[in-house]
Design a protein around this ligand. Structure first.
Ligand code: SF4
Ligand code: SF4
Ligand code: SF4
Length: 236
């Protein structure tokens, strides 16, 4: 059954502790950032920023909301990205945890096609080495019986990690609690992913790729289409 995350977005304060912990554990360098009119920094995921707290401001039924979305790979149960490489060893699916792990062999594959196959737009190609990078569930820590670095660092109870069954149960409990304040609260793609977000308002308010959505289907990406078909969502 493997592991899963339950990410309760109704609790996130955008402290970015998780983003920094990820950088530290993965020994990824800080990026040069510019002021682009948002507290979100850097502006996007990259091969050096595999976890990013996204910020958005929306008006939801007359209420101005400032929403925070700590983004990472969802570790899909059937990962569309893993069907792209010609070498099956380029992307591994860990049996015990369910983690989807990219290796350096991704450098020999078509990195942009791997990215296009992802319904959540997660993978990023390193411009120098051509290795494709993303979150690996901190598989080294998890195998050693520790929590992923981002979960360990989160002070608000937003980030939770454990056996999949336990996280699904926690998700239902948190959802019931959240609905009192956020009547439209929902769990996002819980049957398909191992990183299950609890969204207080409809997911598109946080970020266009929070939920797998047919409107972003690339015309030549069969794998993404297949994934969406499986979700029972319309393909345009
Ligand atoms: Fe692959 Fe994207 Fe799913 Fe992560 S979220 S396992 S990168 S398809
Ligand atoms: Fe980063 Fe590890 Fe969290 Fe993935 S599980 S986002 S690699 S800290
Ligand atoms: Fe949100 Fe927790 Fe990350 Fe802080 S550490 S930004 S509260 S998920």
């Amino acid at each position: 059954n493997g592991k899963s995350f339950l990410v309760d977005l109704t609790r996130c304060t955008a402290c970015r502790g998780c983003q920094i912990a990820c950088k530290q554990w993965k020994k990824l360098p800080a990026e040069k950032t510019t002021n682009w009119g948002s507290y979100q920094n850097p502006k996007d995921l990259s091969s050096e920023t595999i976890r990013l707290v996204r910020f958005s401001e929306v008006v939801d039924e007359g209420t101005l909301r400032w929403l925070f979305f700590p983004e990472q790979c969802r570790h899909c149960l059937e990962a569309p990205c893993s069907t792209v490489p010609e070498n099956p060893k380029a992307i591994l699916h860990d049996k015990e945890t369910g983690a989807v792990v990219y290796t350096e062999l991704t450098a020999k594959e078509d990195g942009e096609s791997i990215r296009m196959a992802c319904p959540y737009d997660i993978p990023r190609v390193d411009p120098k080495t051509k290795v494709v990078n993303k979150c690996d569930m901190c598989i080294d820590r998890v195998r050693a019986g520790k929590l992923p670095a981002c979960v360990q660092a989160c002070p608000t109870g937003t980030m939770n990690f454990g056996d999949r069954e336990d996280m699904l149960k926690l998700g239902e409990e948190r959802l019931a609690a959240a609905k009192k304040k956020f009547p439209k609260a929902m769990l996002v793609d819980p049957e398909e992913t191992r990183v299950i977000y609890l969204a207080g308002v409809p997911p598109e308010n946080y970020y266009e790729y929070l939920e797998a959505d047919a409107s972003d289907v690339m015309p030549d990406s069969l794998t993404r289409k297949q994934f969406l078909a499986k979700l029972g969502k319309p393909i345009r």
